[in-house]
Design a protein around this ligand. Structure first.
Ligand code: HEM
Length: 261
């Protein structure tokens, strides 16, 4: 057996043949467009990996492990936001030169982004209609819709810290989005006051949440400056559709309590 090399370990030969611009003659910026999206998908994969671990940590009451992983997830999120700067170096006319080649392809159909939303408790079953069973990962997405979310596992963690979880949250329909709850908020406030180490976790969760909203905002501005009021290639009205999710927090309870702190 030849010794393992950098290229073999990373399967680079395969990876570097996966960037295939569709414009002929090739438009210079299409390469950037492909690489940016592929990079996002890799980071989405890593985030899913981290949040699966966080769920296990939460249910086992492992505070410091969850803190460690949230720190990483927050840092990845900052990178995701920062990457938008690179794509914003592409002018609207440059994008127009190959946009038609995208046909109906759209970020709308990113299975992993939707998985992330479902995993985090932002479940919109209607978004399944932008995908179809032929798409790779579709079954995984369907499964996620029917699984407990990071927030449901967070309730397990809160239980280990003496917060009573209301019955209606324990027995909730897990295909629906998680909703804010005043009893949970009272528990969070108590923990903020009594457990400084737990408050570190809460702040990291809030950082991540703010980061995701920041990404949504930057994506909307990117879309606005690149295609203006045009419809999306995925068939949505474009910017007005994206604005619906703009200020929706993932952990609304952590935001609601700030009034009382
Ligand atoms: C020139 C750059 C871009 C344009 C013009 C653009 C445009 C759009 C539009 C119009 C939508 C609404 C759905 C539709 O009708 O197509 C959308 C959704 C989406 N885009 Fe982009 N996008 C761009 C870059 C990106 C990048 C770099 C990513 C990174 C993964 C991305 C991920 C997404 C996701 C995940 C959605 C679904 C959002 C949701 O359902 O809330 N987009 N995009």
């Amino acid at each position: 057996m030849p010794p393992l090399t950098y290229a073999n370990y990373l399967d680079l030969e395969k990876l570097l043949t996966l960037q295939n611009p569709r414009s002929t003659p090739a438009e210079h910026d299409e390469m950037l467009f492909i690489i940016i999206h592929q990079t996002y998908e890799l980071w989405f994969k890593q985030l899913l990996h981290e949040f699966e671990k966080i769920e296990t940590d939460f249910s086992a009451g492992r505070l410091f492990d969850a803190i460690h992983s949230f720190k990483r997830a927050r840092t990845i999120m900052k990178t995701l936001v920062g990457q938008i700067d690179i794509l914003e170096t592409m002018t609207p006319s440059s994008f127009s030169s190959f946009r038609d080649r995208l046909d109906t392809a759209s970020g709308f159909q990113s299975i992993q982004f939707r998985e992330l939303e479902f995993l985090l408790g932002y479940k919109r079953a209607s978004t399944m209609s932008y995908t179809n069973p032929e798409m790779p990962g579709y079954d995984r997405l369907r499964r996620r819709l029917k699984e407990r979310t990071v927030i449901d596992h967070f309730y397990d963690f809160l239980t280990t810290r003496g917060v009573a979880i209301p019955e209606k949250l324990r027995e909730r329909d897990i295909t629906q989005p998680n909703e804010p709850n005043e009893e949970i908020q009272a528990g969070l406030l108590r923990l903020y006051r009594e457990s400084p180490e737990v408050s570190i976790l809460f702040e990291l969760m809030t950082d991540f949440d703010e980061g995701l909203q920041e990404w949504r905002y930057r994506h909307i501005k990117l879309v606005e400056r690149t295609i203006g009021a045009k419809k999306g290639t995925g068939g949505s009205p474009g910017v007005p559709f994206l604005k619906q999710s703009l200020f929706n927090p993932i952990f609304p309870d952590l935001w609601a309590i700030r009034l009382q702190m």
